[in-house]
Design a protein around this ligand. Structure first.
Ligand SMILES: Nc1ncnc2c1ncn2[C@@H]1O[C@H](COP(=O)(O)OP(=O)(O)OP(=O)(O)O)[C@@H](O)[C@H]1O
Ligand SMILES: [Mg+2]
Length: 249
């Protein structure tokens, strides 16, 4: 259905300047997708890689809180689209820029439309890595993002975030099954709020034949550091994301 949309070929051109697209997903809410997506982009930029972050959680975009960006920020529109502002070295685009941070009440196809529109107007610079934050669930928006990225881009991979809770693991297992059946490339699992001990995440990884890319510990200092990227990168959680980058590059 996307292929008939004229924006599809524009999006293909837009994503051509990006080497790797990393979609961060989990059907379970609140496991740390947004935190991990934003910190991964910041950590990549901190390493000197050209990094980008795209927030496609249409209902509840929150990456601007992690980066400390005012969603009312004036975007620079050019004739050919919008160049994402650079925030602490990260080229950053979020649906919140278009809504000023207000909520969006979208039904069915409207969400697909918003995603296509954002992808079509955003002019990414040359990027080694674009990290995409997604909403919880495995429904329209997440499937759209996965389908668009995997159809259009030559190197799109999915990182599944989970905690060691059996409820989160069950959700992650379901998503991994859908990704496998759909032929999507899975980069691996990230265990968030990890204790360091072997957990159900290791068992799930073995059962599904995927890798545990990083273990991010629970860090009570994270909340205070939100909005302050240099401080965030120094938290235990921030430092743990170096593991993930090491596995990707
Ligand atoms: N490793 C961590 N240590 C401490 N707090 C964390 C950690 N990871 C995430 N959090 C906190 O847990 C909450 C949920 O995290 P986050 O919003 O990143 O999850 P999410 O999966 O994106 O949620 P949603 O499904 O609603 O999009 C946030 O308040 C975040 O600051
Ligand atoms: Mg989130």
């Amino acid at each position: 259905m996307y292929r008939s949309d004229p924006r599809f070929s524009v999006i293909g051109d837009r994503l051509r300047s990006i080497d790797t697209v990393l979609v961060v997903a989990s059907p379970k809410g609140g496991v740390g997708k947004t935190t991990i997506a934003a910190l991964t982009a910041l950590a990549a930029a901190g390493r000197g890689l050209q990094a980008g972050l795209l927030d496609l959680d249409l209902t509840n975009p929150c990456t601007h809180i992690v980066l400390g960006v005012d969603p009312g920020l004036e975007l620079i529109e050019e004739e050919k689209g919008i160049v994402p502002p650079r925030i602490h070295g990260v080229s950053y685009m979020t649906v919140a820029f278009f809504t000023g941070g207000r909520g969006l009440a979208l039904r069915g196809g409207e969400a697909t439309n918003v995603i296509l529109e954002i992808l079509a107007v955003t002019r990414w610079p040359r990027l080694r890595l674009l990290v995409v934050d997604t909403p919880p669930g495995i429904r329209d928006e997440v499937l759209d993002i996965l389908n668009i990225a995997s159809t259009i881009h030559h190197d799109s991979r999915v990182v599944v975030v989970t905690t060691a809770s059996r409820m989160a693991l069950e959700a992650a297992r379901r998503l991994l099954g859908i990704l496998r059946d759909g032929g999507f490339r899975v980069a691996g699992l990230v265990e968030n709020m990890a204790t360091g001990a072997r957990s159900g995440v290791d068992e799930l990884a073995e059962a599904m034949g995927v890798e545990v890319l990083a273990r991010v510990p629970y860090d009570p200092g994270l909340e205070d550091a939100l909005g302050n990227p240099p401080a965030l990168l120094k938290t235990r959680a921030g430092r743990a994301l170096e593991q993930l980058l090491g596995k990707l590059f």
